[in-house]
Design a protein around this ligand. Structure first.
Ligand SMILES: [Zn+2]
Length: 180
């Protein structure tokens, strides 16, 4: 089985799972990755050292988001249902792409808001205000009373944001957007 998409990539995937769902989900996902193949739910519980309820909650969210899939098997003697889980390797690229597209949209909105508004900052504590807010306070910082000044770092922030957007756009395009 292909178990090495690169340590760095898998670490990024673990981090994504943790940010998106939480620490338990990361632990569960790591156990599944180490197994490399299908794994029974009780095995995951045992190896992760987490509570059964925490593992089940994590698995459900992971499945909902497309990170994992499962297969139900009826136990031959006891008649109860056993869940076998595996990482959804085939679906992961599109899960990650969708995530990237969502981030891209958020960044674009941020960029738009940022380019439209002139901000004023307090040189002492660094708090930031829109023109209207600054006007409301007669250009004095509501926290410390210092005179607010136009935010000069704005151009730099805009540049960084634009660069991020370009990078993500290139990423989203270049990652299997075409299927033939
Ligand atoms: Zn201030």
């Amino acid at each position: 089985m292909s178990k090495s998409p690169g340590d760095k990539n898998i670490e990024r995937l673990f981090i994504l799972v943790e940010r998106l769902i939480g620490e338990d989900a990361r632990k569960v996902f790591e156990v599944m990755y180490e197994e490399g193949d299908e794994i029974a739910e009780h095995e995951i519980i045992e190896r992760s050292g987490l509570k059964g309820s925490s593992v089940r909650r994590a698995l459900n969210i992971l499945a909902e988001k497309g990170f994992v899939t499962y297969r139900k098997v009826k136990h031959p003697d006891k008649g109860r249902i056993i869940f076998y889980w595996r990482i959804n390797y085939e679906g992961l690229p599109s899960v990650i792409r969708a995530r990237r597209v969502a981030t891209l949209e958020k960044l674009k909105a941020l960029l738009e808001a940022e380019s439209e508004t002139q901000y004023y900052i307090c040189p002492l504590d660094g708090t930031r205000y829109t023109f209207d807010e600054a006007l409301d306070h007669e250009f004095n910082c509501p926290r410390c009373g210092s005179m607010l000044v136009p935010d000069e770092d704005r151009e730099l922030r805009l540049q960084i944001l634009r660069q991020y957007v370009r990078m993500l756009e290139a990423d989203t395009r270049g990652n299997g957007a075409r299927s033939s």
